[in-house]
Design a protein around this ligand. Structure first.
Ligand code: GCU
Length: 702
């Protein structure tokens, strides 16, 4: 909100431009009758905010209530009238102890929001054992107002189901962002540590509003320079800005750092000098950042150095680093995203083959971070077979929020449904009901955040950051409910708008699957930058970076045989899952071509032959995007012009590119299947050579 001086007479508020900067924390004025109801329920703010975290809670409340209700509630230390909003812990407000409220346990980061009577006055209490729980509770309360919920008789209690809820920034020290489509890195290393961009605090607010409690500042393809003393001071300055919001900072580690910045001749984890170098480095970091979270490590993967360079195992490497941070309470998040250059085995199998034998060999403070699927953040993958296979190793689930393989920033693809699908996937590891959600102790999301005014490159991509955080807190939450909250907070509470836009979001990811990689196809994206289709590509550095490796289309059929007659990747899953995925008649069609090489004439559930079904699915994906465009044409006018127009422009791009994907893939696969386009469906607009000739040397994010 900005205030204008009109005709020298009055201060008249006008809505400021809606450029998306405020995310879901817009706090725009509440309409009647809700405004009056909320105002009478919130007449005074009882808070004693000594800690930086409680100060953050107070300033968020004051900001929120001012924006939403136009009121300035002064902070007082005792309840003296009806409508008291009481915010604090038993330490900050000792009278809360007398109420003997049952609360989530200390250290759980949970909170409670309760209606109560205090000293004869009606009150609303936001409380927790820890300050950060209070802050989370405050954001929850504000969300109730933002989504027009009743404040009567509240009995809310929330505890996060997953302990570590972490963003992974693939941000480089030169501010480029690997697979980033939202501008530069928000971390301005050159100006740090002296200049603290106010954006860091807004970043912290947004994350705290979701309960995200950790952030890895640097790219997994890491640079040893980030561990130099001058860069550690910069990281410490960022940590200082995030700390009040309960967010601890992590750094990625380049395994060869002892050589590259330490002057040693080896990085062998068994070498005493190397161990000592890391111990000293950890001590140095913790002197600067006492609540430093620890290290995230990509080792012996895609050319990164690692313990195997010295004939040591991943466990040897991880444990050496874990020992360095253990005295300070730090952890090592060791990534399972590895596949070998030399080994000709199915790439989908390699992480399991590498790590499964190491179960039980990692130190207690090592977490193994496993991508949601066994390949690489495809529009759809079956869950990673390591989930359930490592009972003696704490696992983190890694998902991608940035849409490297789902159309970058311009395609609208709500990923809440993707995250929900993997969290609910049943591994059967401990019998039925052993969902991925139940097996993990942490969730990491590869951030889609950059220096763009709207943070995420597109307005709808903010929803993916939002859904990630909400599902990390509560993996059992429904992606549709989360979308509903997000739409209300980000755009408007108009019922028609909410219903239609949520419906569009819920269909959007399946549409991307259909127009890019239907029926279990995967990795058909262009080489390197991954922008657009290139299913014909078979050159480059290595076979398992080419689409032809993954789709295996030939005159007879299409798909990667991972059943017992093929690579037998299915055997890495627990019995019932392996039996289902491995059986051509029982495998869900969504994974058909992931696990089987299937004849073009194979009869699908629809009754159509596989070839026809494939073209039908591609076409359907495009049709859904056209419907999404129409939906936005109808309801977009209910929001501000700035965001309406950007969303509309991006949907036009998406429709054009969905058609490009469909036509290029259909033309290519038709050149192999030699079958006619099913009647009633349009032929590709151009001959295959047209699509093959397209090139995009400056596609972003590479
Ligand atoms: C993908 C992505 C890389 C990234 C890698 C990883 O392969 O394309 O840019 O480094 O995943 O997760 O390590």
């Amino acid at each position: 909100m900005v205030v204008l001086w009109v005709a020298g007479l009055a201060l008249v508020p006008i809505a400021s431009a809606e450029d998306g900067y405020d995310l879901w924390l817009r706090y725009r004025p509440v309409e009647q009758p809700f405004a009056d109801r909320y105002r009478s329920a919130l007449t005074q703010l009882v808070i004693r905010s000594e800690s930086p975290t409680l100060q953050a809670a107070r300033s968020e409340l004051q900001r929120g209530l001012h924006g939403l209700l136009g009121i300035t509630v002064a902070a007082v230390e005792g309840v003296s009238q009806d409508g008291a909003l009481v915010v604090g812990t038993r330490r900050s407000l000792p009278f809360l102890a007398e109420l003997k409220l049952s609360l989530p346990p200390p250290g759980s980061q949970g909170y409670a929001i309760r209606s109560a009577t205090i000293g004869g006055h009606s009150a609303l209490i936001v409380t927790a054992e820890d300050d950060v729980g209070v802050l989370y509770g405050v954001f929850h309360l504000l969300r109730l107002l933002q989504t027009r919920q009743s404040l009567d008789r509240l009995e809310l209690q929330q505890t996060p189901a997953v302990q570590r809820r972490v963003l992974n920034h693939w941000d480089n020290l030169d501010r480029s962002v690997e697979r980033g489509y939202a501008g530069q890195s928000i971390w301005d290393w050159h100006k740090l540590p002296d200049a603290i961009d106010p954006r860091y605090v807004d970043y912290a607010r947004a994350n705290a509003s979701l309960g995200i409690n950790g952030t890895v500042l640097t790219n997994v393809n890491s640079n040893a320079v980030s561990l130099r003393p001058d860069y550690l001071e910069k990281a410490a300055a960022v940590a200082g800005a995030l700390r009040p919001y309960g967010i601890s900072v992590f750094l990625t580690v380049r395994f060869a750092a002892p050589i590259e910045i330490g002057g040693l001749s080896t990085a062998d984890p068994a070498d005493p000098a190397v161990k000592q170098w890391w111990q000293k480095k950890a001590a140095e970091i913790y002197r600067l950042i006492p609540d430093f979270g620890g290290f995230l490590v990509k080792a012996n993967s895609e050319g990164q150095p690692g313990p195997q360079d010295y004939g040591r195992s991943h466990a040897d490497g991880a444990n050496m680093l874990a020992a360095a941070v253990a005295p300070f309470g730090g952890v090592v998040m060791w990534r399972a995203f590895v596949y070998s250059n030399e080994r000709p085995d199915d790439r989908a199998k390699q992480a399991y083959s590498e790590f499964k034998p190491l179960d039980g060999r990692f130190s207690d403070n090592v977490l193994l971070q496993v991508k949601n699927g066994p390949i690489d953040f495809q529009p759809r993958e079956p869950f990673h077979p390591l989930f359930g296979a490592m009972p003696r190793t704490p696992l983190m689930l890694e998902v991608q929020i940035t849409k490297e393989y789902l159309g970058f920033a311009t395609h609208l693809a709500y990923l809440g449904t993707l995250y929900e699908e993997v969290l609910r996937a049943d591994t059967y590891a401990r019998g039925p009901g052993s969902t991925v959600a139940k097996l993990i102790t942490g969730i990491a999301g590869v951030a889609n955040i950059g220096s763009d005014r709207n943070w995420s490159g597109s307005h709808f991509d903010q929803a993916n950051w939002y859904a990630f955080g909400r599902l990390a807190w509560n993996p059992a939450a429904s992606s549709a409910d989360i979308a509903r909250d997000w739409v209300r907070m980000t755009f408007t509470n108009d019922a028609t708008f909410v219903a239609r836009v949520v419906d569009m979001m819920m269909k959007s990811r399946q549409a991307v699957v259909d127009y890019m990689t239907p029926l279990g196809l995967h990795h058909l994206m262009a080489e390197g930058h991954h922008y657009g289709p290139q299913p014909w590509f078979d050159g480059g550095k290595r076979a398992d970076w080419t689409p032809v490796y993954f789709h295996r289309a030939d005159a007879q059929g299409i798909g990667f045989d991972r059943s017992a007659s093929g690579s037998n990747a299915v055997a890495q899953y627990a019995g019932p899952v392996a039996a289902q995925f491995g059986d051509l008649r029982r495998v869900p069609e969504d994974y058909l071509l992931w696990f089987h090489h299937v004849p073009w004439s194979y009869r699908m559930h629809s009754g159509r032959p596989l070839w026809d079904e494939l073209v039908y699915r591609y076409t359907h994906g495009v049709d859904v995007v056209s419907e999404m465009r129409k939906t936005w044409d109808d309801v977009g006018p209910l929001v501000d012009a700035e965001r309406r127009d950007q969303v509309a422009a991006f949907l036009r791009i998406q429709e054009k590119e969905a058609k490009w994907w469909r036509d290029a893939c259909v033309a290519y696969f038709q050149s192999i299947s030699q079958r006619p386009i099913p009647s009633g469906l349009p032929p590709p607009e151009h001959p295959l050579d047209y699509y093959k000739a397209l090139s995009f040397p400056y596609a972003p994010g590479n």
